[in-house]
Write a protein that binds this ligand. Structure first.
Ligand code: ADP
Ligand code: MG
Length: 261
């Protein structure tokens, strides 16, 4: 099985893996046709990595992120999050797991327009019962500080720039102390420089907190900032790269190794 990190035991769903995907496929019915969005994808993602899911539009990036994020269910195959098989879970169980384990960042920010920055950041905590009001406020304050928006707490999204909105979204993704942050093309709606700054912020948080970041992109400049890369084409993994200084070392490269992963 291809691994996005140094060698790990193939059948270990163990403590070192944030995500383990086993022979995952996803088809969509589109009228009479069947669209294959993912075909037999297997992948291990170690905890704490900063990983880019790279590939052109339509290659399956969002589909894979949605399976890892338990937003969508596979047609075949299994997904393990923190060693737990999430395949047979009920929607309620999945919602609970998501709220505690996974933070999401979206291409279009997806903030509530009527809520202020701090209310947007606080929102996911309403789904976690055991966190009281004081702790909630403390976390919101802390994460607005982490993303550099302390002075914008009372602003609504339409009073913020694109980059600031994405910072709010990052604070919101972190506020429940997730182990994994999934970001689907987080820089696609930002200009180049702002996008780079958002990636730098995410990478700094990754280094400081050890939260695993998995983000999708088709932008070579953004891929360059990752320390692992998984390249998708037509719903299949075609390359697995580990950063080696300023270049990539490919643990798997279909063009080099053939289909025999
Ligand atoms: P990416 O995020 O890399 O652009 P997607 O994961 O969105 O790719 O899509 C992968 C493939 O699956 C594409 O061919 C897309 O058209 C198809 N697809 C995605 N979602 C659906 C859906 N809900 N219904 C039908 N086809 C879909
Ligand atoms: Mg997509």
């Amino acid at each position: 099985m291809p691994s996005a990190g140094p060698a790990v035991e193939t059948n270990s769903k163990g403590p070192r893996l944030a995500v383990c995907v086993e022979d995952l496929s996803k088809d969509y019915a589109l009228g009479d046709e069947r669209v294959v969005a993912l075909a037999n994808v297997s992948l291990n993602i170690e905890k704490g990595v900063f990983l880019a899911l790279a590939g052109p539009s339509g290659s399956g990036k969002s589909t894979l992120l949605n399976m890892i994020g338990c937003i969508d269910t596979p047609s075949r195959g299994r997904v393990f999050i923190n060693g737990q098989d999430v395949s047979g879970r009920t929607p309620d169980q999945l919602a609970g797991l998501r709220a505690r384990t996974i933070g999401f960042v979206f291409q279009t920010f997806n903030l509530f327009p009527v809520l202020t920055a701090e209310e947007n950041v606080e929102y996911p905590l309403h789904h976690v019962d055991e966190i009281g009001r004081r702790e909630r406020r403390e976390r919101v304050r802390h994460f607005l500080h982490v993303v550099g928006l302390t002075n914008y707490a009372r602003h609504r999204p339409n009073q913020l720039s694109g980059g600031q909105r994405q910072r709010v979204a990052i604070a919101r993704a972190l506020v429940a102390h997730p182990e994994i942050v999934l970001a689907d093309e987080p820089t696609a709606n930002l200009d180049h420089r702002t996008g780079r700054n958002i990636l730098r912020l995410m990478r700094r948080i990754n280094r400081e907190t050890k939260v695993t970041f998995i983000f999708s992109t088709h932008d070579p400049q953004v891929i360059r900032m990752a320390d692992r890369r998984v390249d998708l084409e037509d719903g299949q993994i075609v390359r697995l790269g580990v950063r080696a200084r300023s270049d990539w070392r490919y643990a798997f490269d279909r063009a080099r190794d053939g289909d025999d992963a």
